[in-house]
Design a protein around this ligand. Structure first.
Ligand code: PRP
Ligand code: ORO
Length: 190
């Protein structure tokens, strides 16, 4: 099994960057694109969904995603932060790829519940927030607020897919730069 994966990786070394990205786009659509009537966590209702767990749990996709996403993490970043649950696998993969340590932000912890941020995070650190699918950007911005409350500098967000629902403008309003790998249009959707 392991040998098969390694052989695949060796073959990919022969692809150009553009070919590798095109292959990754096709693999993500095959793995995670679902049509239907979906109400998102934000309350938005749309006719398709990208099930992030279906691409984040496949090593052959996750490994390649981590390679491309690590390139979007700005110079000077000292720590990655991933909001639980979905982005934790992705954050871990980018952490392994980049060597940057990872902290995990719990979703909306109640008063008296466990820590909002797990792992180490220090005041003054430059942090990049990792997200899988961004719709409104609400989840990522809440995590950025938690990180800022802890005294760290959360000025950048990195995502696999931006669904073009206005998140880019929201990040800018909150003084965070934002880079993403794909839009639905890149994936041949819309
Ligand atoms: O940009 P937004 O409008 O905030 O929506 C996107 C968020 O919603 C999804 O998470 P989900 O609610 O499925 O949570 P999970 O990661 O805990 O499964 C997705 O993985 C993002 O984290
Ligand atoms: O808003 C969401 O919850 C959401 C949308 C989407 O396309 N994919 C996903 O994993 N979550």
């Amino acid at each position: 099994m392991r040998r098969g994966i390694d052989l695949l990786s060796e073959n990919r070394l022969r692809l150009s960057r553009e070919e590798a990205l095109a292959e990754l786009r096709a693999d993500i659509v095959r793995a995670a694109y679902v049509e239907g009537d979906f109400v998102f966590a934000s309350g938005l209702r749309r006719g398709y969904y990208f099930d992030k767990y279906l691409f984040e749990t496949r090593p052959a996709i996750l490994r390649r995603l981590a390679r491309f996403l690590a390139e979007l993490v700005p110079e000077g970043t000292e720590r990655l932060v991933a909001p639980a649950l979905g982005a934790v696998a992705l954050g871990t993969a980018i952490s392994l790829e980049s060597g940057l340590p990872l902290a995990i932000v719990r979703p909306d912890p109640e008063p008296g519940s466990p820590r909002a941020i797990e792992g180490e995070l220090y005041a003054g650190e430059n942090v990049a927030l990792i997200e899988d699918v961004v719709v409104t950007g609400g989840r990522a911005l809440r995590a950025i607020s938690r990180v800022r409350e802890a005294g760290a500098n959360a000025r950048h967000a990195v995502a696999v897919l931006d669904r073009r629902e206005g998140a880019e403008e929201r990040f800018a309003e909150h003084s965070a730069s934002y880079a993403y790998l794909f839009t639905p249009e890149d994936l041949g959707i819309d």
